[in-house]
Design a protein around this ligand. Sequence first.
Ligand SMILES: [Zn+2]
Length: 62
Amino acid sequence: MAERTGPVQAQHRAGEAAVQTAYSAFIRHTQVCAPCRKTGADCAEAAELRQAWRDARAAVAA
Ligand SMILES: [Zn+2]
């Protein structure tokens, strides 16, 4: 089976990289943010990061 390459594949990979980046940003935030650590709930910034992660995943799925 030949590996498919091309614009679509490249775009998909870029999308997955964006998901990883967004996920890392969210996790890193929850590890250093006192309110997030204390309450276990998302603060406003965490909510934004989570939404960005969700958007990135939706973009990959589209
Ligand atoms: Zn936070």
